[in-house]
Design a protein around this ligand. Structure first.
Ligand SMILES: Cc1cc2nc3c(=O)[nH]c(=O)nc-3n(C[C@H](O)[C@H](O)[C@H](O)COP(=O)(O)OP(=O)(O)OC[C@H]3O[C@@H](n4cnc5c(N)ncnc54)[C@H](O)[C@@H]3O)c2cc1C
Length: 418
């Protein structure tokens, strides 16, 4: 519901969706106060390079800052403060320093946290937390790690894991083994040809794949200063490593909303929203990786991709200011691994069939289309920039329906997929 231009808007989470919500509000002429509360002490930054160019040193932290220092947004940044609770009346949030911030609308953009491997069941050894990749802090730790000559195990078969594996080879690791859980990484979600293409490309650059089987836990031991890890797979097999990177998914940062009355999805605890970003609590909206948008007309949107967060922020900014409804594009994601650019567009997650249109897994230049009930729903290209661009242009742009009046359906929720 539009609010007046001088209302106080509070954004929780100073990441991608938070920044773009603030930016959209100002672009639509909101003149009231905008406060962005973020638990991190750094200026808001973009994450995709954290598993790629930032790890190799090709880009610096400053390169990733979202706000333009030459032309900063007119917002109040409250940094280094975590939000621990939401109050509906008066509407506002409580921070971990005991403060309370009242507002006329609250937009929640708290993202997600990386899941990690638990300690392996064992009578001996200790547990040293593996590297994960979610925040600048995480990436900094991995960037500073000495990978030269190291045996590295990357746990996870999603894009984040594969991107991290690719950078480790580039940084001189002696061996890099991916414990992807399945024989062909990504094949369950994207189909066998894509899984084959990814595996072939990675093996050609020296990456090995562990036998299929879930990673169950991690055991570590010290010899002097040196730490040695064992990743224990289902079935008991162990992978030894100097460095373990865990990229097994992410969980929405919604623990602080548990008793707030804001509905969360049963399986992932994402904030349930309609396709204007509104929750069922008046004045409370959510966008990005912490939110599951659902629409009566087009179903559930995928979660965990850059474009979703930016677009959802834009929709909320338009909704709050009463600007013309923003058109949501088809879902889109990309991943860079070595010289492969993988791009997916449309509703790949809901497909029940796929077919290769062009290319072969061996050549690494696949174009795959996805269908549901015989209707085309999405496309994926590997080094097919032009084809994917044309497909996205061709697809009808769906516009955001007017404010929904009833609660969105819960249905089958796609999980965070990186
Ligand atoms: C390493 C990495 C690589 C990626 N690469 C790609 C890619 O190649 N392609 C692609 O499509 N997508 C990629 N993504 C996904 C994309 O970056 C995310 O979808 C996007 O960052 C989500 O934005 P967000 O604002 O929801 O969350 P974030 O950007 O994570 O921001 C959330 C912010 O909220 C803060 N916060 C959390 N809880 C609280 C609290 N209680 N109080 C205050 N602040 C809080 C967090 O500290 C964080 O700063 C990548 C993600 C990661 C992590």
């Amino acid at each position: 519901m539009p609010i007046t231009p001088d209302c106080r808007i509070l954004i929780v989470g100073a990441g991608l969706a938070g920044y773009h919500t603030a930016r959209g509000l100002r672009a639509h002429g909101h003149t009231g106060s905008i406060t962005v509360i973020g638990e991190e002490s750094r200026p808001a930054y973009d994450r995709p390079a954290l598993s790629k160019a930032y790890l190799t040193g090709a880009v610096s932290e400053e390169d990733l800052h979202l706000d333009d220092p030459e032309n900063p947004l007119d917002v109040t940044w409250v940094s280094g403060r975590g939000v621990v609770g939401l109050s509906q009346s008066p509407l506002g949030v409580e921070t971990n320093d005991g403060g309370f911030h009242e507002a006329d609308a609250v937009v929640i953009t708290t993202g997600a946290s990386a899941c990690t491997l638990p300690p392996a069941e064992s009578d001996s050894g200790s547990y040293v937390r593996p590297y994960v990749l979610r925040s600048m802090e995480d990436a900094l730790a991995l960037r500073d790690a000495n990978l030269y000559g190291a045996d590295v195990v990357v746990v996870g078969g999603g894009f984040l894991a594969l991107e991290a594996a690719a950078t480790c080879i580039g940084r001189g690791a002696e061996s890099v083994t991916v414990a992807a859980g399945e024989e062909l990484p990504g094949a369950k979600r994207l189909g066998r040809p894509v899984g084959q293409a990814i595996r072939i490309a990675h093996e050609a650059r020296g990456i090995q794949f562990a036998p299929p089987g879930r990673a169950m836990g991690l055991r570590s031991s010290y010899s002097g200063e040196t730490v040695r890890h064992e990743v224990v797979l289902e079935g008991g097999q162990q992978l030894e490593a100097h460095v373990v990177i865990c990229a097994i998914g992410a969980k929405p940062r919604t623990e602080w909303l548990r008793d707030s009355g804001v509905p969360l999805t049963a399986d992932t605890s994402a904030i349930l929203c309609d396709d204007t970003g509104a929750t069922s609590v008046p004045g409370v909206y959510a966008a990005g990786d912490c939110a599951q948008w659902a629409s009566h007309s087009s179903g559930l949107r995928p979660v965990g991709h850059w474009q979703e967060a930016v677009e959802e922020a834009g929709v909320i900014a338009a909704t709050l200011t009463g600007a013309n409804p923003v058109s949501l594009q088809e879902p889109y994601f990309w991943s860079d691994q070595f010289d492969l650019r993988i791009q997916g567009a449309g509703r790949i997650h809901s497909a029940d069939q796929h077919e290769v249109l062009e290319g072969t897994p061996e050549e690494g230049n696949l174009l795959v289309r996805y269908l549901r009930d015989g209707q085309e729903t999405g496309i994926l290209g590997i080094n097919r920039l032009r084809d994917v661009k044309c497909w996205r242009k061709r697809r009808q742009i769906r516009s955001t329906p007017a404010q929904q009046t009833s609660a969105p359906s819960t249905g089958q929720i796609p999980t965070l997929s990186r």
